[in-house]
Design a protein around this ligand. Structure first.
Ligand SMILES: Cc1cc2nc3c(=O)[nH]c(=O)nc-3n(C[C@H](O)[C@H](O)[C@H](O)COP(=O)(O)OP(=O)(O)OC[C@H]3O[C@@H](n4cnc5c(N)ncnc54)[C@H](O)[C@@H]3O)c2cc1C
Length: 407
């Protein structure tokens, strides 16, 4: 979760599907699932029947189980990601960077647009700068469209900032500012979100669970809603544009869950197990003949030395230095990683702390301060105290976890 827990986009349950060796197939028809049913204006279901989930395992929240602490910077642009072409000498550069806290979520949709621009003149070969979420999806889509594709990047996926993300469906997390982004961007965002949503469908149910659905509980000690924080920027909130894709969260009746708080809301959301998902993306690209070369670029003119004359530029936060693009603001985010618990199948948000049950480590994230947290901060030094304090909040919660395990 990349934002306050009660703003998590809600989805539906996973479908079973056997792995196929071919590229994931785009499947539509999500409305058939009736995801928009029994919704209220507030976004919380009024359904009279609350069906408890299977047994809920407690999180083993102890500071000595933190096996890693990572930090990354969200590449935020007030106007939204840069998705446009620029001619440099004889090279056509298609920019595809600046996706804030939504880079994984929007990757397929954004890269679909970038690849369309890149292939408009029918080049046989395409270069992609960057091997993060945007670079990999751009490369795969260019390759699937028939172009010989090479990725040039300083870091491969496991070393990129993308690999240090939470890994949740958060398509409008710090993606733009309402008063700066154009109406046209809102429409483009919707297109990107819908394309990505459909594409992720093709990664569900594969061995290793690169993508899966989880339940997510938002716990509150009291029903009172928090007001906007002072100094809060007006981050764009486009959720209403894709309401039909996802079900509403539902309020659990008192005593229906083991959680000790009076307010419990349950939603379902899509989670990306980035270790396995990234491995799948890289493997698919290489297996289909894609090439990856380590390279570092210091100025836009360096790109004209590549043999490919069409380049999709996905350097993420790196565009600030490479393109001298000061429109990118860093938004620092830190994750404390608890040792994975395979029996933990749900996430939660409680007192400003979010837990996400990734297969490659349980994500513990302090989110107090909302979207402004880490805004303008480019320090990527881990702060162990922050993660330990977050773990302590979760430990306190589970010290009061009820005897019933269904929820
Ligand atoms: C704490 C945190 C949590 C997040 N959680 C989520 C989430 O749950 N869901 C979500 O959708 N998004 C999330 N995000 C946002 C997401 O991580 C980013 O939007 C995304 O990683 C951006 O991907 P990218 O491919 O543009 O950039 P990067 O991952 O930074 O990749 C950039 C690539 O370009 C290369 N590169 C850069 N400069 C150069 C250069 N000069 N020469 C050569 N190569 C270069 C790099 O080596 C790298 O390969 C989160 C971000 C943070 C910080």
């Amino acid at each position: 979760v990349d934002r306050a827990g009660d703003r998590v986009s809600v989805m539906t349950r996973a479908f079973d599907r056997r792995r196929v060796i071919t590229a994931p197939v785009l499947l539509g028809g999500l409305n058939m699932l009736g995801l928009g049913g029994c919704a209220t204006q507030s976004g919380v279901s009024t359904s009279p029947v609350y069906q408890p989930a299977r047994d809920l395992a407690p999180v083993r929240a102890r500071a000595d189980r933190l096996f890693d602490i990572t930090v990354c910077l969200r590449p935020f642009r007030a106007a939204g990601p840069r998705l446009e072409t620029e001619q440099i000498g004889d090279t056509l550069v298609v920019h595809n960077y600046g996706h804030g806290g939504s880079g994984w979520s929007l990757s397929w949709g954004s890269s679909t647009i970038a690849v369309q621009m890149a292939l408009a003149a029918g080049p046989r070969e395409v270069a992609v700068i960057g091997c993060g979420a945007l670079g990999l999806t751009s490369a795969l889509l260019a390759q699937r469209a028939g172009a010989r594709t090479t990725i040039y990047a300083r870091d491969l996926l496991p070393q990129t900032r993308s690999s240090r993300a939470t890994g949740m469906w958060t398509p409008d997390s710090r993606i733009a500012l309402t008063n700066v982004a154009s109406a046209a961007f809102a429409a483009q965002w919707e297109q990107m979100a819908r394309t990505s949503f459909k594409t992720y469908r093709g990664y569900l149910g594969l061995p290793g669970d690169p993508v899966q659905w989880i339940d997510y509980y938002t716990l509150k000690d009291a029903a009172a809603a928090a007001g906007p924080s002072p100094g809060q920027l007006d981050f764009a909130d486009y959720r209403s544009l894709i309401r039909d894709l996802t079900p509403r969260s539902e309020a659990a009746p008192p005593g229906a869950t083991p959680f000790p708080t009076p307010v419990v809301h349950r939603s379902s959301t899509m989670m990306f197990n980035i270790a396995d998902y990234g491995h799948t993306l890289m493997g698919d690209f290489l297996a289909a003949g894609g090439k990856i070369e380590r390279a570092e670029f210091h100025a836009p003119s360096d790109l004209t030395r590549l043999k490919e004359k069409v380049v999709i530029n996905c350097p993420g936060y790196g565009a600030r230095a490479l393109w001298k693009d000061d429109s990118i603001t860093p938004v620092r985010g830190q994750i404390g990683w608890l040792i994975p618990q395979p029996e933990l199948t749900y996430g939660l948000y409680y007192r400003g702390v979010s837990i996400v049950p990734r297969r490659d480590g349980i994500v513990v994230q302090a989110l107090e301060g909302g979207d402004m947290r880490g805004y303008g901060v480019d320090d990527e030094t881990p702060d162990r105290k922050e993660s330990e304090a977050a773990v302590a909040v979760i430990a306190d919660l589970y010290s009061r976890f009820g005897p019933t395990r269904r929820g």
